[in-house]
Write a protein that binds this ligand. Structure first.
Ligand code: ASP
Length: 447
């Protein structure tokens, strides 16, 4: 990257004397408390349908506030991903070093994703949350939620073969891929295809350094503009996040929460074990850093991931904390975190494993060891292919379910609590990207 790439002044750093993460935390707490209070004051009807005034407030006031914040970030994610990755690669310069970085990143991704799915399957097999439901409750759930027209199921029906999925990583028309990268409507590989294009541009730049100076300066400008816009958006973060959290807490039925408490507990326990156990060990062993320093340094990224449920929306914050909070070199952070925001989703892989087996238990489908292994493999791959947006993994969960004979419509059973779990798994996804960046940075120093 060029020398002009000093970190952009962050709107979140110390505005109004209160640190960014304190403001975000305050926004989250205010939204959560207000949501719970509103739910108490405007209770749901006995059959569990939300109160209409409460629903109006959540959908027409709180959610739009959250959406303004999210959209301001999403608006610059594609240019940011493209510029950060192309510049990162261009700055790495040496193709051999790039190959080594790529292999290391891939190695850590496969290792951490495999461990996460193994933790998930171990827990779901030992705690058996699907069996904790009475037969009556199970039948109720199936009747009430596992029917109807569910978006994730129709999306899963359009699923491509493995060969096409791999081929689609190479875009036929990168601009078309960029257009649909955020909402999943691109004809090919979406964000992965955009990344491939950025990689190709970055590599090409390294072969013609003199002729491409102007292009590098332009990409540098795009990177800074994107970061500046995100700085504006982050000024709104406390309000936007309060809105997002309000709508989750106000609309989530207490009844469904208690019914699915075992399932949610299993997912959250698995995510905590992975985040604080596996990541801490990885950070201590491979990055030679104290896990306490690590988590203290990435706090702001954790809060952003938790409240936005989006790895893509958390990317700018992740880039900043990696560099400023942990001192990871910018070229390495740009490469690992940008690729990781789509391709490394440990929390999602763990969640997918647990969800598929939980629903298999609810539907009374016995899975053989071979089928469980299939779930492991497919969950790892699905983690790699998941878009870093809220609910991005749902169509892939349906595909994994169907592949082992669990009805796809069954996803309806867990949709009510998905947003909450999405917040938790996205946190693990983003922390995992930064873990890998720290480990790769350390390994590169020793190389
Ligand atoms: N929301 C997740 C992320 O952005 C993806 C998912 O699991 O749905 O990382």
């Amino acid at each position: 990257m060029t020398s002009s790439q000093t970190p952009p002044p962050s709107a979140t750093d110390r505005s109004r004397g209160v640190s960014a993460h304190t403001q975000i935390l305050l926004g989250m707490a205010t939204g959560g408390v207000a949501g719970l209070l509103a739910r108490k004051l405007l209770p749901a009807t006995p059959d569990g349908t939300a109160n209409t005034t409460l629903e109006f407030m959540a959908r027409n006031i709180a959610e739009p506030l959250g959406q303004i914040f999210l959209r301001l970030i999403f608006m610059v994610v594609v240019p940011l991903v493209f510029a950060a990755l192309a510049l990162g690669v261009a700055q790495i310069g040496d193709l051999r070093r790039l190959g080594r970085l790529g292999l290391r990143t891939l190695g850590f991704t496969v290792l951490l994703s495999s461990l996460s799915v193994v933790i998930g399957l171990g827990l779901v097999n030992s705690l058996r949350p699907g069996m904790r439901l009475t037969t009556q409750k199970r039948e109720d759930l199936k009747r009430r939620y596992a029917t109807g027209d569910i978006k994730a199921v129709s999306q899963a029906k359009q699923a491509k073969t493995a060969k096409d999925t791999l081929l689609d990583i190479i875009p036929r028309n990168p601009l078309q891929e960029m257009v649909g990268a955020i909402d999943g409507s691109s004809p090919g590989g979406g964000m992965l295809a955009v990344m491939f294009f950025a990689l190709a541009v970055g590599v090409a730049i390294t072969t013609r350094p003199d002729e491409t100076r102007a292009l590098v300066a332009t990409l540098d400008g795009v990177y800074h503009v994107a970061m500046a816009v995100i700085g504006f958006a982050m000024r709104l973060a406390p309000i936007g996040i309060a809105g997002l959290v309000f709508s989750v807490t106000a609309l989530l039925g207490v009844e469904i929460l208690s019914t699915l408490a075992y399932y949610m507990g299993t997912v959250i326990l698995g995510l905590c074990l992975h985040m604080f156990g596996v990541y801490s060990a990885c950070i201590a062993v491979f990055a030679r850093m104290s896990p306490r320093t690590f988590f203290a340094g990435i706090w702001e990224a954790i809060l952003t991931a938790f409240s936005t449920s989006s790895s893509s929306a958390s990317l700018p914050t992740a880039l900043r904390v990696a560099e400023k909070g942990l001192g990871i070199r910018r070229d390495i952070a740009s490469f690992v975190l940008t690729v990781g925001s789509t391709a490394n989703q440990n929390g999602t892989a763990l969640y997918e494993g647990i969800t598929v087996l939980f629903l298999a238990q609810v539907f009374g489908v016995e899975l053989t060891i071979a089928q469980q292994l299939q779930v492991v493999l497919m969950s790892i791959l699905a983690g790699i292919g998941t878009a870093g947006v809220p609910g991005g993994s749902l169509p892939l969960v349906v595909i994994v379910m169907q592949s082992v004979g669990v009805p796809g419509e069954g996803i309806g059973i867990i949709l009510g609590v998905d947003r909450l779990l999405d917040m938790c798994r996205t946190t693990v996804n983003v922390a995992g990207d930064i873990t890998i960046a720290a480990c790769v940075d350390r390994a590169e120093k020793n190389a």
